[in-house]
Design a protein around this ligand. Structure first.
Ligand SMILES: C[S@@+](CC[C@H](N)C(=O)[O-])C[C@H]1O[C@@H](n2cnc3c(N)ncnc32)[C@H](O)[C@@H]1O
Length: 238
């Protein structure tokens, strides 16, 4: 962990605080909106997962479930479980997925995954892990529910080596963990994962000439952020 206090470290954090905040996001329709934002960095990761038709897959912090639905198409004989601390996100995810047979959604915190051990061939988490109350405990839980040979991936835009996202720590209403690639990798190793690796996934989608949102200073910073790319950390349960 970093020596200096993490941005947002004084903000309260509990499962309840997270649930309430992300319920507000869900009610504002932000769950669905994240598909467009996260798809350019997620598609290359889906390819890397090399899913087999009968794999069981866990989507941690699944939000409104767009990625879970994509995963379900790749594993027609397997099962996908989307899990999120926000019951409103889970409600949105279920509503949008009624016709997908091999997919279910559960409400829960990654620090205590409501699932049996040794079940999943893959776990993936997109833009969620820096919100977790206790990232070390979350990664240990993912290790527990993976079967031997199973792999875990976290994909995040908010990490030490991308300075163009650091302002989010002050903008977000909940506490965030700003860790380096080496620190996330160490959490994987400490949980028991082997073959731990990390890499950057650049966002190659076009950037508009003007930016008027609150997350970046201007379009130039958004462009720089996307070029730095998201951090992908990967480990295998051996
Ligand atoms: C930025 S959203 C990303 C959602 C989704 N992965 C996507 O890409 O659209 C972060 C999600 O992580 C969930 N989350 C945060 N902390 C969590 C925890 N401790 N356990 C489970 N889910 C969590 C939030 O409720 C929220 O839906």
């Amino acid at each position: 962990m970093a020596d200096s206090p993490e941005p947002g470290a004084t903000k309260p954090q509990s499962g309840e605080v997270l649930r309430e905040e992300f319920n507000r996001w869900a009610e504002a329709g932000r769950g669905e909106g994240m598909e467009q934002e996260h798809l350019p960095i997620t598609l290359p990761v889906l390819e890397k997962m090399r899913l087999a038709a009968a794999d069981n897959v866990l989507d941690v912090g699944c939000g409104a479930g767009w990625l879970s639905r994509r995963l379900a198409k790749h594993v027609p004989q397997g099962r996908v479980v989307g899990m999120d601390v926000s019951d409103e996100m889970i409600r949105c995810a279920r509503r949008a997925s009624v016709d997908v047979e091999n997919l279910m959604f559960v409400t829960g915190e990654v620090e205590e995954i409501p699932w049996e051990p040794n079940f999943f061939a893959h776990a993936i988490s997109v833009e969620s892990s820096y919100y977790w109350r206790d990232p070390a405990a979350g990664i240990r839980e993912i290790f527990r529910v993976l079967k031997s040979g199973g792999s875990a991936r976290i994909l995040i835009n908010y990490y030490c080596e991308n300075p163009h996202s650091h302002q989010w720590g002050d903008l977000l209403a909940v506490k965030t963990h700003l860790l380096s690639a080496a620190e996330w990798s160490e959490l994987f190793r400490a949980a028991g994962f082997g073959e731990v690796q990390h890499e950057r996934i650049a966002d190659r989608s076009p950037t508009p000439d003007a930016y008027t949102g609150r997350w970046f200073r201007d379009a130039a910073q958004l462009r720089a952020f996307k070029a730095e790319g998201a951090l992908l950390v990967h480990g295998v349960k051996q």
